[in-house]
Design a protein around this ligand. Sequence first.
Ligand code: ADP
Length: 155
Amino acid sequence: MKIAVFPGSFDPITVGHVDIVKRCIPLFDKIIIAVGVNSQKKYLFPLEKRMEWMHKVFENESKIEVSSYHGLTINYCKEVSANYILRGIRSAADFEYEKTIAHLNHTMNIDIETILILSPPEYSSISSTIVREIILGKGDVSKFVPQEIASEMHL
Ligand code: ADP
């Protein structure tokens, strides 16, 4: 069984994240969207909310599971028997960052492959950081987040 983990903060989920997941569905038997819990990081939205939104967006996709995890992504992969890590690439800066992490992960566990998926041009400027700024500024995020949860995305 081909199992992939898509790790991230998803604070909050954007149309860019959804696009990556949807395009990977035909490639794997199961994709676990793993919402990271990092005690060093300050999040705008609580873990429960970030997971609830994921559940709502993917409730009709039988191959998708939503979960949370602490610690290293490769340890979590081992725990859930996943051999693939999915990450999205929007820019050269994303690539450099992801390359470093992928090399380190591969050095630590040779059985886990990182799969990098390019975002389409129309989504390559969308980030959770930008969406948070718009929410904090009381702007309209409906073009950047999945439509089924857009109305709930406020503080
Ligand atoms: P992290 O804090 O781990 O970077 P994010 O939630 O910001 O978590 O991102 C999770 C993954 O989704 C990363 O691989 C990131 O590059 C990717 N990603 C974020 N926004 C987009 C987008 N607009 N298009 C494609 N991939 C994206």
